[in-house]
Design a protein around this ligand. Structure first.
Ligand code: FAD
Length: 443
């Protein structure tokens, strides 16, 4: 049995490794257009900021280590065409330009995403970057260490934009964030994002909401950003307005794609074409609460779904339990985390719901360094089943949201969670923890 994997980062290498573990005699070939495989892109902002000075630490396993495992990894090889009827891919060796064909018994598509870059005037000026690949991170780090690059403009206030804003702030840059929507971090509800926006302003980051970038000016390299509301000086720009699934090369293959280009898969990661599997950011993912497919390009899903795909390629029938869209980020002195549905999503799905929004604390006031934690909880009306939760605070936010994730996947009602026997000792939590307080506020 021969498996070809297209894309060698999270989902692709998870599938390749799992298949090889389950079926050591399988032949596995990975084509990756970049120079690196199997790295944690989630670590890139912390390499840019210098918190991690060694990018090789982000690489989980090298090409050579995969070779030792019996997985043939071809970096700088791009798959440009797929012919499912012949079970064939056309590959371009990016170093030599040579084209060749390869055939498979099973195919795994794990091509991830491409950053969205609208055709703005001046976009090709130097010092306008994206942060997607390890190569992008290495280039951006080279730019941020140059002292003349002081004025940084971040375009787009999603997860990556915000992590970069923090990285640039940490480096002592003057940071300006331009976001066309009326608030930052849309997967969170407004109660949470208002606290985060105020924090950015307190820390002297300049936040421009309801403003969209129109063009860039400069002489060789970017010097100015022009938006719908004004013009601002810039030495360095990072575009982080979103991503789209890297699936253009699948047009006309018969593989079903969603409206945004994501590959439609079932819970076993099978596409609409026999013997072709897909997972990770290039594909849709089943949502546990929505009970339907959604698009959530996160490393959490890519690793788990890639592994399930590998197992199923070997002959199993594992189903993904479903994503909750659990995600967290650090924003200077704050931690933010979310899981399940936001209030907006519950509204959009017409699910009857009730919410609580509480201010609790990480631990009792008589123990040093008490800090507030704000929690918003969304429960099903009547049953009080937990549907979603979000929180923000200085400390202890993420592990609390993880408790809500487990409650959602176990269909727990808020009143049961409000009486769960959680750990209590003054350095860690109150006898009534923030999770209890938010849960018991659902009446
Ligand atoms: C800066 C940053 C921070 C992040 N932080 C987090 C986080 O904190 N938590 C979280 O859950 N997620 C985070 N993510 C998202 C996470 O990194 C992705 O969800 C994950 O990497 C997706 O894995 P993937 O294998 O599906 O795709 P990718 O990692 O995008 O890998 C796909 C690979 O396929 C290759 N490829 C594409 N087309 C072809 C082709 N035709 N031929 C050959 N190769 C091809 C690409 O070069 C790429 O290397 C972050 C992402 C970034 C960029």
């Amino acid at each position: 049995m021969k498996l070809i994997v297209i894309g060698g980062v999270a989902a692709g290498m998870s599938a390749a490794s799992k298949l090889k573990r389950v079926n050591p005699t399988a032949e596995v070939v990975v084509y990756e257009q970049g120079a690196f495989v199997s790295y944690g892109a989630c670590g890139l902002p912390y390499y840019v900021s210098g918190e991690n000075e060694d990018y090789t630490k982000m690489i989980a396993r090298t090409k050579e280590q995969f070779h030792e495992q019996g997985i043939r990894v071809c970096t700088e090889h791009q798959v440009i065409k797929l012919s499912p009827e012949r079970k064939q891919v056309m590959v371009r060796n990016l170093q030599t330009g040579q084209l060749f064909l390869d055939t498979y018994d099973k195919l795994m598509i794990a091509t991830g995403t491409t950053p969205i870059l609208p055709p703005l005037e001046g976009l090709s000026l130097n010092n306008i970057h994206v942060l997607k690949t390890l190569e992008d991170g290495i280039t951006l780090r080279e730019k941020v260490v140059q002292p003349e690059h002081q004025r940084v403009v971040i375009v787009g206030a999603g997860y990556i934009g915000m992590e970069l804003a923090e990285a640039m702030h940490q480096l002592g840059k003057q940071v300006r964030i331009i976001e066309q929507m009326d608030r930052i971090l849309l997967p969170f509800d407004q109660e949470i994002t208002d606290i985060a926006s105020n924090h950015l302003k307190e820390k002297q980051l300049s936040l421009h909401l309801n403003e969209s970038v129109k063009s860039f000016q400069g002489n060789g390299q970017v010097e100015q950003v022009t938006t719908s509301k004004g013009s601002y000086p810039a030495d360095l720009v990072v575009m982080s307005i979103g991503v789209r699934p890297a699936t253009e090369f699948l047009q006309g293959t018969g593989i079903q794609l969603a409206k945004n280009g994501a590959i439609v898969v079932d819970r076993e990661m099978r596409t609409s074409v026999e013997d072709i599997y897909a997972a990770g950011d290039c594909a849709e993912v089943y949502h546990y609460v929505k009970q339907e497919n959604t698009y959530l390009p996160l490393g959490t899903n890519a690793n788990k779904c890639g592994r399930i795909a590998g197992e199923n390629i070997a002959g199993a029938h594992q189903k993904y339990i479903g994503t909750l869209g659990s995600a967290a980020l650090k924003l200077i002195d704050l931690e933010l985390a979310r899981t399940g549905l936001s209030e907006q999503e519950a509204k959009d799905l017409a699910i009857p719901y009730q919410v609580s929004f509480v201010q609790a604390a990480n631990h009792p006031g008589y123990y040093p360094n008490q800090t507030p934690i704000w929690i918003k909880l969304i429960c099903e009306q009547g049953t009080k089943r937990v549907l979603g939760a979000q929180a923000i605070g200085n400390q202890g936010v993420v592990l609390r949201i993880d408790m809500f994730a487990i409650a959602i996947q176990n269909q727990m009602p808020a009143d049961q969670l409000g009486m769960t026997d959680l750990c209590y000792a003054p350095p860690f939590a109150g006898v009534w923890d923030a999770v209890h307080i938010a849960s018991n506020a659902i009446k």
